[in-house]
Design a protein around this ligand. Structure first.
Ligand code: SF4
Length: 241
């Protein structure tokens, strides 16, 4: 019983869907069967696509150096990064949900939020094969005008999202994630290597390469003030406690 509760607590969405299915099967069995058929169709589709995507993300993780991603898709990549993201999304294949694990890996490797918005949006709405179909069914003029307007909107969305969504809103790097109470973590992908934290709390942070790492956990009450100061003063806002 405890295990079931623990599972439900850790898988709230899945539990909610299972509960809805249960209610549907009791009160509307025909609709439940129809819904189950649709769900199975999508699960089958995902099972054929996701292994390839997960392999791709693993390859990016293992083979593409962080510095390459930072240079070409990072915050300082400028228009080059935006255009690269746009082309990557335009010539991609597969449904949009396949883009999420790829995007997460790129973000963890140093891609900027703006470029990920551009990549995801182009993947979703301006893929080249889709444009050809659109021109065929809705006329080339329709397709061209929609493409231009959508492209402008995508770059604006990227810029605005970057301004609104901060690195601390993103899931922390799993290698540095919190594991309990009173633990400290750094989302290292977004650490800018200013070393300020190591000066404020040298017993807890040190530089490793060009980024900071946490070297001590479970701070006592005396150290908390220092650590809170480091967290507040961190210019990239990537320290979590
Ligand atoms: S203060 Fe923040 S940005 Fe600077 S090194 Fe420490 S964690 Fe990185």
């Amino acid at each position: 019983m405890n295990k079931a509760l623990h599972f439900a607590k850790n898988n709230k969405l899945l539990t909610l869907v299972a509960a809805i299915y249960l209610l549907l099967f009791i009160f509307q069995p025909a609709k439940a069967m129809l819904s189950l058929g649709n769900s199975l169709y999508y699960i089958k589709e995902m099972l054929t696509i996701m292994p390839v995507i997960l392999l791709l993300t693993a390859l990016i993780s293992a083979w593409v150096p962080t510095s390459t991603i930072e240079k070409n898709l990072g915050k300082n990549s400028g228009w080059k990064g935006a255009v690269f993201s746009f082309l990557l999304g335009s010539f991609s294949a597969g449904p949009i949900y396949a883009a999420f694990p790829v995007s997460k890996t790129l973000l963890q490797k140093g891609a900027s939020i703006a470029n990920i918005v551009v990549l995801l949006s182009t993947w979703a709405v301006v893929k080249v094969p889709m444009l050809l179909n659109e021109a065929k069914f809705l006329s080339p003029k329709f397709m061209a005008l929609r493409w231009v307007l959508t492209t402008i909107s995508i770059f604006i969305m990227g810029y605005l999202t970057e301004k609104i969504v901060k690195p601390q809103h993103l899931p922390a790097d799993s290698s540095q994630e919190n594991t309990g109470e009173n633990t400290i973590s750094i989302n290292r992908e977004y650490c800018i290597g200013c070393a300020l934290c190591t000066k404020i709390a040298p017993a807890y942070f040190k530089m490793e390469g060009k980024k900071a790492i946490v070297i001590k956990q479970n701070p006592g009450p005396a150290a908390l003030t220092l650590l809170q100061a480091a967290r507040e003063k961190c210019p990239a806002q990537v320290i979590k406690m």
